[in-house]
Design a protein around this ligand. Structure first.
Ligand code: GDP
Length: 616
C-alpha cells in the first residue's frame, strides 16, 4: 500500500507491529538498512511529515517514531548500555543478572572517590601532597611514592578507620573530559581556594563543573598560614555561587587549611567523610567480577601498556581477563600507589594494571570477561561499534534553531548556555541581559558556565555533557576546538554585538529561529552511455566530472544546462560489476536513478545534500 501524500515513494511497510531496534544516534541510513528501504525515500517521507533531515544525520526517538508509525513499524531505541548488554549477552556475561543479584545484602560500604579542583596556584598539587603525607594509619613506611593517577589514604573518623580514594590529577579538565566520555568516577569534589587570593575564574569554572555533575563540594580554604589570608572573605564570595558555609546557615563544609604546613588536613578528610555520609549512599557489591573505569594509561618501554583503573564494583584479581575500552588482555600483575603488588582490588581501589595489549583511554570503562578469547571479541566489537558511533555522531545535540522544537516535544525544559567573552565586563553584561529575558513559565534559561577568553575544549566538553549552546562574544575558538565541537555536535554562536546575541536567544526561546538549509553539491557525472535493464531500470554509464558520487544521495538531471528532472536519488552505484558506495572524480561508474529512465548521452547528473546553513 502506498500513500501518495508521502510523495508516492516506495518504502517497504511493516504491519504496524514490526519492531525495529535502533541505537541512539542512528540516522535514516541505519533505519533504511534495517527495513531494507532506500534512505532517500525515507528522507522524502520524513519531509512530507514536516521534518527535514539528511540520510546521515542522527535523529531522535520522536522523529523515528513518527516516521515509523507512518510506515507501520514500532521503533525501540537501545542505549549504549543496553547495547553493551546485548553485546555481552552473546558472551555469557549477564549484566541484568548481575544487577538483580544486587540486593541490600550484597552491597557493602565503599570509600568515596575525591577529586581536587580549583584555580591555578591555589595549591591543588600541594594539597594532594599533604593528604598523601597524612596517611599514617596505613602504616606504610615511606608513604606514597608512586604516581599512578590515584591513591587511597586512611583516616580515623568517629573512631573507625575509613579509606578515601583521591584522583591524583588536580584540576577540572580531567574531571570534565571523563564526564564527557560518560564516566563519572568522582563522588565528592574538594574545591581549593587560596585565602590570600579569593574566588577566581577557574574556581567558578570548577564549581560549575561539579554542580553540573551533581557532585557535592567541600571547600578547602588554603594558605591560611599566610598573613594576608582572609578566609571569611572566601566564605562570603562563595555564597554568591550557592556554596553557603554551615556556620552561615548553609550546608557546605568549609575547612581552613594550609597545604604547606599540613594544617587541618585531618579535619578536611573528616569533612569529606561527613559530607559523603550525609548526602551519598556509597555502596558496591565486592563479590562479583570487577567493573570500573580507566583513569590513566600509558605505554611503558619495559612493561608495555600500563593502565591505572579504578574498580567501581566487584573485585579485580590477578589473572582476570579484562576489556578496557577497546584494549584487552589478562591482568599479569597489579600494583598500588606504594609500588606494592596487589592480588585483589575491591571497589574504589585504584590499581595499576599490567597485561593489556594496548593502551585504553582515560574514561574508558573496563570489565572482566570469562576468558581471553571473549575479552578479545568484546574489544573488537566495541571497536566496530565505536567506529559506527563516530559516524553517527556528526549531529547537532541542540542548537538555538531547534531549541523550540525540542521544547515543544518535551525533550528539554532549559536552554543551557556557556558564555565566553573577551572581557569579564562583557560576559557579565551579557549574562545579566540574558537572564532578564522574559521567557515565560515553562522554559528556563540557565547559564551553566561563563568565562573570559577563547572557547576551549573544556567548554565544549561541558556543553556536550549538559546539552548546552556556546555563545562566544568577541572571542574565537581555541586550537582544534571548532573541529571538536563539530564532532560532538555542539552549537557555537559568535557575536560581536550584545543585542544580537540577546535577540537570538530570545527568538530561540520564543520559537522564532528556524534552521535554514542550503544545498551542498557533492559531485557531477557526465552520461557517456545508457544501458537498458528491465530489472533495474536504465543505468547510466558515467564519468565522474567533479567531486564524488555517493550512493543514496539526492540527484537531479541536467540537459543542455537546464534541469529535466529533480528530486531523484542515486539508487544504485557500480564500479564495473561491483556495488560501490562512492566513486571519485575521473573514474567511470554506473548510476541508476530508480524509476527515472529518461536518461540520454551527454546528460549531466548532479548530486547534492541538504545541509543546515550556518547563521552569520
Ligand atoms: P596548583 O596550581 O593549584 O596545583 O598549586 P600548587 O600546589 O602548585 O601551589 C602553588 C603555589 O602555592 C606553590 O608555590 C605552593 O608552594 C604554594 N602553596 C600551596 N599551598 C600553600 C599553603 O598552604 N601555604 C602557602 N604559604 N603556600 C602554599
Amino acid at each position: 500500500m502506498q500513500a501518495p501524500s508521502l510523495g508516492g515513494v516506495q518504502v517497504p511497510r511493516g504491519n504496524g507491529k514490526t519492531v525495529v531496534r535502533l541505537r541512539h544516534g542512528s540516522s535514516l541510513n541505519d533505519l533504511a538498512d534495517k527495513i531494507d528501504a532506500n534512505p532517500a525515500s525515507l528522507v522524502t517521507v520524513l519531509f512530507h511529515l514536516g521534518e527535514m533531515a539528511t540520510a546521515t544525520q542522527s535523529l531522535d526517538e520522536d522523529t523515528f517514531s513518527t516516521l515509523a508509525t507512518e510506515l507501520g513499524y514500532v521503533i525501540e531505541m537501545v542505549s549504549a548500555e543496553e547495547e553493551d548488554r546485548e553485546l555481552l549477552g552473546g558472551f555469557d556475561i549477564d549484566l541484568d543478572a548481575e544487577l538483580d543479584a544486587e540486593g541490600d545484602d550484597e552491597l557493602e560500604a565503599r570509600p568515596p572517590v575525591v577529586t581536587v579542583m580549583g584555580h591555578v596556584d591555589h595549591g591543588k598539587t600541594r594539597l594532594l601532597d599533604a593528604i598523601r603525607k597524612t596517611d599514617v594509619v596505613s602504616g606504610e613506611a615511606g608513604g606514597i611514592t608512586q604516581h599512578i593517577g590515584a591513591y587511597q589514604v586512611h583516616h580515623e573518623h568517629e573512631g573507625i578507620d575509613r579509606a578515601l580514594t583521591f584522583i591524583d590529577t588536580p584540576g577540572h579538565e580531567a574531571f570534565t573530559a571523563m564526564r564527557a566520555r560518560g564516566a563519572q568516577v568522582t563522588d565528592i569534589a574538594i574545591l581549593v581556594v587560596a585565602a590570600d587570593d579569593g574566588v577566581m575564574p577557574q574556581t567558578i569554572e570548577a564549581l560549575n563543573h561539579a554542580q553540573a555533575a551533581g557532585v557535592p563540594i567541600v571547600v578547602a580554604v588554603n594558605k591560611i598560614d599566610k598573613e594576608s589570608a582572609n578566609p571569611d572573605k572566601i566564605r562570603q564570595q562563595l555564597t554568591e555561587y550557592n556554596l553557603v558555609a554551615e556556620e552561615y546557615g548553609g550546608d557546605t563544609m568549609f575547612v581552613d587549611v594550609s597545604a604547606r604546613e599540613g594544617l587541618n588536613i585531618d579535619e578536611l578528610l573528616g569533612a569529606v567523610l561527613l559530607t559523603a555520609d550525609a548526602s551519598l549512599d556509597l555502596r558496591a557489591n565486592p563479590n562479583k567480577d570487577a567493573r570500573g573505569v580507566a583513569i590513566e594509561a600509558n605505554l611503558d618501554k619495559g612493561r608495555g601498556a600500563v593502565a591505572t583503573v579504578l574498580v567501581q564494583s566487584g573485585t579485580l584479581h590477578v589473572g582476570d581477563s579484562i576489556v578496557a575500552g577497546t584494549a584487552y588482555g589478562r591482568v599479569r600483575a597489579m600494583f598500588d600507589e606504594h609500588g606494592d603488588p596487589v592480588l585483589a582490588a575491591t571497589p574504589a581501589r585504584p590499581v595499576m594494571v599490567l597485561g593489556l595489549t594496548s593502551v585504553p583511554r582515560a574514561g574508558d570503562t573496563f570489565l572482566v570477561a570469562p576468558d581471553d578469547r571473549t575479552a578479545r571479541q568484546i574489544a573488537e566489537k566495541r571497536e566496530a561499534a565505536e567506529r559506527a558511533a563516530l559516524l553517527a555522531k556528526r549531529r547537532k545535540r541542540i542548537s538555538l534553531e531547534d531549541f523550540t522544537q525540542a521544547l515543544q516535544q518535551g525533550k528539554v525544559e532549559t536552554l543551557n548556555l556557556v558564555l565566553k567573552g573577551d572581557v569579564s565586563g562583557a560576559v557579565e553584561a551579557l549574562e545579566d541581559a540574558l537572564l532578564k529575558i522574559d521567557v515565560g513559565e515553562e522554559v528556563e534559561l540557565r547559564v551553566i558556565h561563563r568565562g573570559v577568553g577563547a572557547i576551549t575544549q573544556n567548554d565544549v566538553n561541558l556543553a556536550t555533557v549538559d546539552n548546552a549552546v556556546i555563545i562566544g562574544f568577541n572571542v574565537k575558538t581555541g586550537e582544534r576546538v571548532a573541529e571538536m565541537a563539530d564532532r560532538e555536535g555542539v552549537d557555537i554562536k559568535f557575536y560581536s554585538v550584545i543585542y544580537q546575541a540577546i535577540d537570538d536567544v530570545e527568538a530561540a526561546l520564543k520559537g522564532m529561529l528556524k534552521p535554514e538549509y542550503e544545498e551542498a553539491q557533492l559531485g557531477t557525472a557526465e552520461v557517456r552511455e545508457v544501458f537498458r535493464s528491465s530489472k533495474f531500470g536504465n543505468i547510466a554509464g558515467c564519468l565522474v566530472r567533479s567531486g564524488t558520487i555517493r550512493r543514496n544521495t539526492k540527484a537531479r538531471v541536467l540537459r543542455g544546462g537546464t534541469v529535466v528532472e529533480d528530486n531523484l536519488s542515486v539508487e544504485s552505484l557500480k564500479r564495473f560489476k561491483d556495488d560501490a558506495t562512492e566513486v571519485r572524480e575521473g573514474y567511470e561508474c554506473g548510476i541508476g536513478l530508480g524509476s527515472f529512465n529518461d536518461l540520454r548521452v551527454d546528460d549531466v547528473i548532479e548530486t547534492f545534500e541538504m545541509r543546515e546553513k550556518p547563521r552569520s
